[in-house]
Design a protein around this ligand. Structure first.
Ligand code: SAH
Length: 354
């Protein structure tokens, strides 16, 4: 049993069952035993990998997309260039290298990273050593300025609650203590105001998830972009409208029971893009776009060919594999989606459709 499992069992014994959201929050960010608080989880030796860790092309294209939007919005003289949950800092490093080619962009940028993990902040400091970086604890700490923001695989790490539809309402999935081990149980049925609209498209037995922090962050980004201008690009795995149990745990690149190793496995859930778009009431949202389609529209094939010219042997093979991995429907191309928030009356950023 992990130390965090013991802590959670003691908490349940003292105050009763906890929600999946409480469980996720403790597993990921418990100050002493949380997954992100204690390690750098990326790469071959870690538990999972992400698009920017697979290829520099991802960050370059997203960076140029942000910079083109800045140009299209008349180049605000001072703006915030922000990332939510920057991991190792690889995505931001690629964004900064690519946008260094855009006259005036970096000179006007105030670089802000929203990161909860002290360990990963240290890693980001190493990766981005050449730049002046401001680390923030939360989105509400972002400066009042035009905002050009990216979040890749950030929303999937935010705590979700899960509910099973019942004839009489919703039964919440809770973590209980079953003879000394963590188990899922169901609460007694109750109406849940946030799920009233889901009574029309679900039937008894269906599972739905809500991510309250994700909805709150989407709402706050929308308000900022409405007031100050800018754009937010959100990339994550998930779909339009939550249905079914999507809670998953990954350890050493393998799926496992999310209750098996609290604190030692990455725990995520699919992102409900409809819920994020619905929370962005002050601005316009693009269509949700599969990652593969977005990257193709942004020119990944041309960039891949250009990079391939200087590669041979294994390096060339892994470059070709990385291109495929980011874009192909059987890999990340379809499972991962992107959406952009942009001010009313403006076009969505390059690669996105209104
Ligand atoms: N964007 C990176 C890393 C994704 S992993 C990439 O694409 O490689 C998720 C990141 O979000 C980690 O940096 C993690 O520490 C951070 N994170 C998770 N929950 C957070 C929270 N509530 N507030 C701020 N950062 C958080």
């Amino acid at each position: 049993m992990t130390p965090l499992a013991e802590i959670l069992l003691r908490r349940i014994a003292a105050t009763g069952p906890i929600t999946i959201a409480d469980y996720m929050a403790e597993c990921l960010l418990h100050p002493e035993y949380g997954y992100y608080s204690t390690r750098d989880p990326f790469g071959a030796g870690g538990d999972f990998t992400t698009a920017p860790e697979i290829s520099q092309m991802f960050g370059e294209l997203i960076g140029l997309c942000l910079a083109q939007t800045w140009l299209d919005q008349d180049q605000p003289a001072a703006f915030t260039l922000a990332e939510l949950g920057p991991g190792r800092g690889t995505l931001m490093a690629d964004i900064l290298r690519a946008t260094g080619q855009v006259p005036g962009f970096l000179q006007a940028a105030n670089l802000c990273l929203v990161e909860a993990s002290v360990t990963l902040r240290e890693k980001q400091r190493e990766t981005l050593g050449a730049y002046q970086v401001n680390w923030l604890d939360r989105v509400s700490d972002l400066p009042d300025a035009p905002l050009y923001l990216v979040a890749n695989e950030f929303f999937d790490a935010l705590p979700i609650r899960q509910f099973t539809r019942d004839e009489k309402g919703w039964r919440e999935h809770q973590i209980t203590d079953q003879e000394g081990s963590l188990q899922i149980g169901l609460s007694t049925p109750a109406p849940i105001a946030a799920l009233d609209h889901r009574l029309n498209d679900t039937k008894p037995g269906d599972i739905v998830e809500i991510c309250a922090p994700g909805v709150a962050i989407a709402g706050s980004l929308s308000t900022r972009i409405n007031v100050h201008g800018g754009v937010a690009i959100i990339v994550d795995y998930g779909g339009w409208r939550s249905l079914g149990d999507t809670l998953q745990a990954l350890r050493h690149h393998k799926m496992e029971d999310p209750l098996a190793n609290p604190g030692n496995a990455d725990i995520t859930a699919h992102v409900d893009f409809e819920a994020l778009a619905s929370a962005a009431t002050d601005i316009s949202t693009s269509q949700m776009t599969p990652q593969g389609v977005l990257l193709e529209r942004l020119g990944i094939t041309a960039r891949a060919r250009q990079l391939a010219e200087n590669l041979q042997g294994d390096a060339l093979d892994s470059h070709v594999a990385a291109h495929r991995r980011l874009t192909h429907g059987d890999e990340m191309g379809t499972l991962f989606k992107a959406i952009a928030f942009h001010p009313n009356g403006t076009n969505p950023p390059p690669g996105f459709a209104p």
